[in-house]
Design a binder for this molecule. Structure first.
Ligand code: HEM
Ligand code: FES
Length: 366
């Protein structure tokens, strides 16, 4: 977690994901370059540098679309979670592919320009008043700059250095980059008057991304609106029946202000923590207890059940709440205790455990 930073923490799974990612990139470029001459008439076929530029440009767009789809997909179906773990590498590869596209553009379109390439890029077309002839390259430049900043600051060192809220705000600009790329491609097609297929692809991916975000957001909003009813004690809410919590897992309640609270059951005892991970706001309540620690499903940050602190030497802390059991009903105080406060987990009586057909697992102090 935060104590020491290595450039990349490699493990077997990460190596497998990255191998798939890199093989996919190479396969896409080779297929594009081999297929285009077979599918296009010789008079339609662009020269090789243009073909390379199109191959890398369309791949950058595809990768960017996948990066943006991973978040909502992982929220809708946990089978997409493995993609989420590799989202950082996906983003960095997207920036590299986009930069390669831009380099091909500069080295081909402006290679015979009497003015230096970069100056030519910004000055050769200034028809800002015409949609059809608009200097669409500038949207590409903007998107590339955003992708480069995000790739450079994607490591957890920057997350900790900039603080999560600022880091998150900067990384939300990925949506501006996507909007700029959509404009770059659509205006580019208007200028060049070709590649209807690409326009359709951009339209479909835009519609797909909007729908995924709306469905995932709608689901979360509905869950929040459903809320958790008030418990008899003022300031407390009812989060559900203890039988709904499998061993090592959680149910999630919603406090009146909208704060989500995860109540975990472990070794016959209940503990409540914030549902929001201090790393990148991952859903703690969808994680599980591993070796006595609540483990975030996104990148594996861990927190102690009794005080919400990461085990030493790590220093992350998440909010902790009081829990009470009334019969089988689990109640949680809607206001968190001060960060780092230790609260003994609430023991589930053996009679209740027997009634819900579950014996306590592991040692439990009597
Ligand atoms: C410095 C940055 C960039 C410059 C100067 C630039 C320039 C260009 C130019 C001149 C075209 C030519 C269109 C044509 O001849 O048909 C093009 C197409 C394209 N660009 Fe960029 N671009 C940049 C960044 C990006 C980025 C960041 C992306 C995506 C993430 C992107 C995606 C595309 C796509 C998908 C096409 C269409 C390719 C095709 O026709 O198959 N570009 N770009
Ligand atoms: S969001 Fe990354 S570990 Fe929780």
């Amino acid at each position: 977690m935060s104590v020491s930073y290595q450039p990349v923490i490699w493990n077997r799974t990460k190596l497998i994901y990255d191998s798939f990612l890199l093989c996919g990139v190479v396969l896409y470029i080779l297929t594009f370059l081999k297929l285009a001459p077979l599918l296009l008439r010789p008079d339609q076929l662009p020269d090789l540098p243009t073909l390379r530029m199109c191959a890398f440009g369309s791949l950058a767009f595809l990768l960017l679309t996948i990066v943006l789809a991973i978040g909502p997909l992982a929220r809708l179906d946990s089978r997409f979670l493995p993609l989420l773990y590799n989202r950082r590498h996906f983003g960095v590869v997207t920036a590299i592919v986009a930069a390669t596209h831009a380099l091909f553009v500069l080295n081909w379109y402006f290679s015979y320009s009497p003015t230096p390439m970069l100056r030519a890029l910004f000055t050769s077309n200034t028809s800002f008043g015409h949609i059809a002839g608009f200097p669409f390259e500038l949207f590409g430049v903007f998107a590339l700059l955003v992708l480069a900043v995000l790739a450079v600051t994607s490591h957890d060192f920057w997350l900790s250095f900039l603080t999560p809220p600022l880091w998150k705000a900067i990384h939300m600009s990925i949506y501006f980059a996507y909007a700029a790329v959509v404009l770059h491609v659509t205006l580019g097609v208007l200028v060049t008057g070709q590649n209807l297929l690409l326009t359709i692809l951009v339209g479909v991916s835009l519609a797909l991304l909007c729908s995924l975000h709306l469905v995932a957001g709608g689901r979360e909003r509905a869950a929040d609106h459903a809320g958790s009813p008030a418990a008899p004690q003022p300031g407390w809410i009812l989060v559900g029946d203890v039988s709904e919590i499998p061993e090592g897992r959680a149910v999630v309640g919603v406090a009146p202000g909208g704060e989500r609270i995860a109540v975990f059951r472990s070794k016959g005892r209940l503990s409540a923590l914030s549902n929001v991970c201090s790393h990148q706001n991952g859903p703690i309540g969808e994680g599980k207890v591993v070796l006595g620690f609540v483990t975030c499903p996104w990148h594996g940050y861990q927190y102690r059940l009794d005080d919400g602190c990461s085990p030493p030497p790590f220093k992350e802390r998440i909010r902790k709440y009081r829990v009470a059991l009334s019969g089988n009903q689990v109640h949680v105080e809607a206001t968190p205790v001060p960060l780092g406060t230790r609260i003994e987990p609430v023991a589930i009586p053996d009679t209740v455990l027997a009634a819900i057909g579950s014996a306590p697992q592991g040692a439990r102090p009597s």
